[in-house]
Design a protein around this ligand. Structure first.
Ligand code: PLP
Ligand code: LYS
Length: 430
């Protein structure tokens, strides 16, 4: 397993910022989500710095679907960045954690009327319209309230992002956004722009998630800028902001070549500047909304090894005390991970194991055929790169309670999410 900067091996034991995983397991139990705050804060700073430029205002919006808890909301509020939310529940959590609602961008392909009303009432800064039908609904709601709302329209620039089918979002048949190739697109935008209640500030796009090709981002930027200019010329509107979405790929295994943001973002900004200047499009603001890239490397999951068994064909199973209920990604996307036995951190990895969870599902595997030192019941197994889309996609399948989460900062740990109890899982049942 590739170690993160906060991980070191001391006397054969892996440590997180000086804390042994043995200590963390004994203090908080397993499975345990562990989040490194320093790494997250640094990542946010890197993004902010890499975006700064003399041409237009920029803002990093944290796509909080990747990881949202009260503690994460508090960090977002402290760092003063914006936040992408996709449901009233995410708005509620953000606001309850102290995030300034004016910094929220509310996404979603089927925002319910109640959610739109809640967003308006909370003072959400920008609603990112998904489609014409939603625009019409929002207009009616705002007319009744006598209010006006800043909006962007999500566009689908048709750029192919080479990523898993389930996490592509901008191909022409995507469920998200309005296609720039729709013959009716100008009418749609004209109608939205004419609604007296909507202040159409610009457009949004998001080409997919866990994308590695720089060119896909550059192509979508070109497409968005050319389209924006065409709309300015043909319709009576001013495109002030383009939000280019998130999707920057990260490291899970050696197959992944993570995005070098410090090198790429200045190049991206220059491309946006030059392309818009060439077309005389004057953007006031450029936003991006990374989720995974801001949190994934900060997160890891600690499990206790349970039973081990070898099948008749010679496959070695290593069972852990969690699995698909805390990390659905391998089952859902064939996602790959790396792992390490923290109490055998410098032993030779000479045995191949399939690391499987405890749920009643054959697909409940975390890693297939992975080399580890010979394992024993009671060992501690750590999986890195679980900061994004693990906790937020966790479930109660088989009535397995959700793990606790801790944050580590300056060599100290603190509990940020309590381990669930059986009673917690039954609290709404009558
Ligand atoms: C609209 C939008 N913005 C941002 C993101 C964040 O993506 P990622 O976590 O890959 O950066 C997503 C998820 O794909 C999304 O749908
Ligand atoms: N949840 C997905 C990505 C979807 C991103 C949101 N549109 C993942 O785990 O990779």
């Amino acid at each position: 397993m590739k170690l993160e900067s906060y991980q070191t091996i001391v006397n054969g034991q892996l440590q997180h910022d000086g804390l042994s995983y043995q200590y963390l397991a004994e203090t908080y139990g397993t499975p345990l989500y562990i989040f490194d705050e320093t790494t997250f804060v640094q990542r946010v700073k890197d993004y902010k710095e890499a975006l700064s430029n003399p041409y237009f205002e920029t803002e990093v919006l944290f796509a909080s679907k990747a990881l949202l808890t009260k503690a994460m909301g508090q960090l977002v509020a402290q760092l003063g960045i914006g936040q992408d939310v996709v449901s009233a529940g995410e708005i509620y959590t953000a606001v309850a954690s102290g995030v300034n609602p004016s910094k929220l961008y509310f996404h979603g392909n089927n925002k319910l009327n109640d959610e739109l009303l809640y967003a308006i009432e909370q003072g959400v800064g920008t609603i990112v319209l998904d489609n014409r039908s939603e625009a019409s609904r929002l207009n009616k709601l705002l007319l009744d309230l006598g209010k006006k709302q800043r909006v962007l329209l999500r566009l689908n620039p048709g750029v192919e992002a080479h990523t898993h089918e389930y996490i592509k979002t901008a191909h022409n048949d995507s469920k998200f956004g309005e296609s720039v190739f729709d013959p009716a697109i100008e009418d749609v935008i004209q109608t939205i722009n004419n609604y007296p209640t909507l202040d159409l500030a610009g457009f949004h796009c998001h080409i997919g998630s866990q994308v590695f090709e720089e060119q896909s981002f550059l192509d979508s930027a070109t497409e968005m800028i050319e389209f924006s200019k065409k709309m300015e010329d043909n319709l009576n509107l001013k495109v002030k902001e383009i939000n280019f979405g998130g999707g920057f790929g990260v490291y899970y295994t050696a197959e992944d070549k993570p995005f070098d943001i410090k090198a790429f973002l200045p190049k991206f900004i220059q491309h946006v500047h030059e392309t818009s200047q060439k077309l005389s499009l004057t953007l006031e603001k450029v936003t991006i909304e990374p989720g995974r890239a801001l949190v994934n490397q900060s997160g890891s999951t600690l499990y206790r090894v349970g039973d081990l068994k070898t099948t008749t064909s010679g496959k070695n199973y290593l069972f852990v005390d969690g699995g698909m209920t805390d990390n659905i990604r391998p089952a859902l996307y064939q996602a790959k991970y790396e792992a390490l036995i923290t109490n055998k951190a410098d032993e030779v990895a000479d045995t191949v194991y399939t690391i499987a969870g405890k749920a009643c599902e054959s697909g409940d595997k975390i890693i297939n055929d992975y080399p580890l030192p010979e394992a024993e019941t009671g060992d501690l197994l750590l999986v890195n790169g679980t900061g994004a889309y693990n906790y937020t996609m966790s479930s109660h399948y088989n009535r397995i309670p959700k793990p606790a989460m801790i944050h580590v900062l300056n060599g100290k740990s603190r509990l940020t999410v309590k381990r669930e109890t059986f009673a917690d899982m039954m609290r709404n049942e009558i």
